[in-house]
Design a protein around this ligand. Structure first.
Ligand code: ADP
Ligand code: MG
Length: 247
């Protein structure tokens, strides 16, 4: 469970102060699938970085499960991040000279789990890329690279997946494949928090949180979430798919 209360975060550049998060209160329960939307510069990535323990709030409180994040040392934060949180980024962040499988296995190096053999291969299988284990990122399509990144995020079996514009660099079809994987992971019980500026993508979640100028301005359930697999199945493979996924 994620619980932010009155969280503020500012950045100072020269003499200009930007308030990236302004009294943000947000609670996300186990099993939720939340889309975070808002214009560029509104604070979405800052919010993800705070939730993902990559950045600390200036003020306010953040409870992750039962712990107050402010009370953790940086080592504790790193460990919690490794165990509980999987990140997926717009630009994949894969190591270029390293195979898909080795990329996926990277987080296991820091894991305190005992038997880790086979976990990387399992994670690749879960995203449908078992047969690409020995490929380098440059030998994979953008959609496949993002699936490798998702496998890497999954390899430690985290409670939550935080994805910042994960479909931003992908064509519509590949983006839908990624969304279908997030929907499956969510059905399997993981919290998914997905930043997007695409309204059609947000409709795949169960709840939409809108942020403008660092403030949450709207927080509403999605009445009938679109199923990404269904959209793919019903899509003829040509024409403008965004019409079919539009709210
Ligand atoms: P979004 O992801 O919605 O585009 P961000 O969270 O990246 O927005 O940024 C929110 C605001 O904070 C923006 O005005 C941005 O310029 C500013 N900002 C973000 N990161 C930094 C930083 N490291 N230093 C200075 N300003 C930053
Ligand atoms: Mg951003």
């Amino acid at each position: 469970m994620i619980k932010l209360e009155q969280v503020n975060k500012s950045y100072r550049k020269d003499s200009v102060e930007v308030r990236a998060l302004h009294d943000v209160s947000l609670k996300i329960d186990a099993g939720e699938f939340v889309a975070v939307i808002g214009p560029s510069g509104s604070g979405k990535s800052t919010l993800m970085n705070v939730i993902g323990l990559l950045d600390r709030p200036d003020s306010g409180s953040y409870h992750l499960d039962d712990g107050e994040v402010a009370s953790f040392t940086s080592d504790e934060l790193a460990q919690i991040r490794n165990e509980k949180i999987g990140f997926v980024f717009q630009t994949f962040h894969l190591l270029p000279k390293t195979t898909a499988l080795e990329n996926v296995e990277l987080p296991l190096i820091y894991s305190s789990r005992g038997d880790i053999s086979g976990l990387g291969a399992q994670a690749l299988e879960r995203v449908g890329l078992k047969d690409r284990a020995q490929h380098l990122p440059s030998e994979l399509s953008g959609g496949q690279q993002q699936r490798v990144a998702i496998a890497r995020a999954l390899v430690n079996d985290p409670e939550m997946i935080l994805a910042d514009e994960p479909t931003g660099n992908l064509d519509t079809r590949s983006g839908l494949e990624i969304l279908a994987i997030f929907q499956e992971l969510n059905r399997a019980g993981k919290i998914v928090v997905l930043v997007t500026h695409d309204a059609a993508v947000a409709e795949m979640a169960h709840r939409i949180v809108e942020i403008v100028d660092g403030r949450i301005v709207r927080d509403k359930p999605v009445e009938e979430s679109k199923d990404a697999r269904e959209v793919i199945a019903n899509w003829a493979g040509s024409g403008d798919i965004s019409k079919e996924v539009a709210p």
